[in-house]
Each structure stands twice: as C-alpha cells, then as structure tokens.
Design a protein around this ligand. Structure first.
Ligand SMILES: Nc1ncnc2c1ncn2[C@@H]1O[C@H](COP(=O)(O)OP(=O)(O)OP(=O)(O)O)[C@@H](O)[C@H]1O
Length: 251
C-alpha cells in the first residue's frame, strides 16, 4: 500500500514570521489525522498549505502519486471538486447562503457532471437524511437553519461527491457542547462508513480523541510530537503536549 497523501519539508513564512516549518508526514487511505496546538501554533497555515489554499515557500505535497504544488490551477480546482473536500469552521464559508439546502448539495453533484434533475434531488434528499436534516427542509435556505444544521449541511455538500480526502478546520468550533457531541458522532460514522482519509485541525482534544487515528502536535509552527492518538494523549512525551493534555484535564 502507498500513502494517499505525503508531505515533506513543508514551510510557510509570513515575512520573518514562521507560519509552519519542517512539516512532514504520510497519510494512509482511510486514516484520520488530527492536528492540535494552541492558538498561533500554525495549524490553519498548515491546513491551508495542504489544501492548496496557500502556496508554501518550501516543501513537497504528493497526493495519490501526483505533485500537488506542480499542478496548474485548473488541475488543482478539479482535484478540490472531486477527490478532496474542505469543511470550514464557519459553515457560511462553505455554503452558498442564497441557495436552498437541496441546491447546496445538488450543485456539487452538477459540478462533477450530474445532469438529471430527478436523480440530483433524490441524492440530495438522501444526503440531507444522512446528516439528520428533515427532507421537508430541502427547499429552505441555510440562513433559516441553526448553526448545527448549517454545519451538517456543509458536511453533506462536501461528502456527496464521494471525496477520498477531507480537510476539516475546527469542524465543531463555535457550536454548543451538546450540538458538538452529536455532530462528532455523525462525522465519525460518516468517515468510518465511507472509509475517508481526513486531516482535522482543532484545538479541542476531545475532537481528536473521538475522530483521529493519529495526532500531530504543533507549537511555534513546528511539529513537536506525533503518534497514535491514544498514545500521545495518554502518555505525552513532549513537555508542551504534557501541558496541553494536563490543561484540558484541569478544566
Ligand atoms: N496572514 C498572515 N499574515 C501574517 N502572519 C500570519 C498570517 N496568518 C497567520 N500568521 C502567523 O502565523 C502563525 C501561525 O498562525 P495560524 O493561524 O496558522 O495558527 P493557528 O494554530 O491556526 O491559530 P488559531 O487556532 O488561532 O487559528 C502565527 O504567528 C500567526 O500570527
């Protein structure tokens, strides 16, 4: 088996300030990797570089044997529409607020070639069900939805085309705790059932405990510790990870 996604020596600077540096890992098919660290540790910068939203200054990003950084913009956009998906922290960044819930899901299918209206509507209805949105809300706009519903709709919009790799930026951030728990459960079920590979950025260790097979701990733009999630959280080796874990336990 070869890795689905490989990263080597990735670096991004903002002038003299380091965004992230020296990042390298392999992600295997069906594997979920969590990236954790305090605010300013470089998580979002790294995720943006990985997902092709931000050009890194140095390094290599290989997806399924293809050099992502050497791709043309149309090639990268095609990849982002087909094999990849990106779930934003704020659903408004990942949804079209002026389009109905069904339209939000359906237009992704159309972007990959679906044309038959009946089939598109049927698949959209099915996906709304999978993310626990009642089918009679299909013609409502996302602005009429709660934050949790909007996030579930964003997930349906992203997963309907059957991506292989999903990037998630604080997918449960900004939601209240009971809504977070339900969303996490739902995400875990979808990721496992679809055999998705995912990279999840969060500062919430409960999120990675539930979703991630493997963890990368970041501090000051660098990876300070990596390993299996339970191993890292139960027996942290780096002083910073120990602090991160113990500060959570004190809450
Ligand atoms: N557009 C930018 N211009 C200049 N510096 C930036 C920019 N974006 C991020 N940085 C800097 O890069 C470093 C990493 O920031 P980044 O946003 O990636 O961290 P983060 O771990 O995602 O934080 P948060 O959890 O608060 O989003 C920080 O020092 C930050 O100030």
């Amino acid at each position: 088996m070869t890795p689905l996604f490989s990263v080597r020596g990735l670096e991004k600077r903002y002038g003299a300030r380091i965004g992230c540096t020296g990042i390298g890992f392999d992600l295997w098919p069906g594997e979920v990797m969590g990236i954790v660290g305090e605010s300013g540790s470089g998580k979002s910068t790294l995720l943006s570089c990985l997902a092709g939203h931000l050009p890194p200054d140095r390094g290599e990003v290989i997806y399924d044997g293809r050099d992502v950084l050497a791709m043309s913009e149309p090639e990268r956009r095609m990849l982002a529409r087909t094999d990849w998906a990106f779930v934003h922290q704020n659903p408004r960044d990942g949804l079209r607020m002026a389009v109905s819930a069904g339209g939000n899901v359906g237009e992704r299918l159309m972007a990959v070639g679906a044309r038959h209206y009946g089939d598109i509507r049927e698949t959209a209805t099915d996906w709304l069900g999978r993310v626990e949105i009642a089918s009679d809300r299909i013609d409502d706009r996302p602005s009429a939805f709660s934050g949790g519903m909007q996030q579930r709709l964003q997930i349906a919009r992203n997963l309907v085309t059957g991506p292989r790799l999903v990037f998630m930026d604080e997918p449960t951030g900004g939601l209240d705790v009971s809504v977070q728990a339900r969303l996490l459960d739902l995400l875990r079920g979808l990721v496992r059932r679809m055999g998705l590979s995912a990279i999840i950025v969060t500062h919430d260790l409960a999120v990675v405990r539930l979703l991630a097979d493997r963890l990368m701990v970041m501090k000051g733009g660098e990876c300070v510790e990596t390993g299996l999630t339970d191993q890292v959280l139960d027996d942290p080796q780096h002083a910073y990870t120990q602090l991160l874990v113990s500060s959570v336990l004190q809450v």
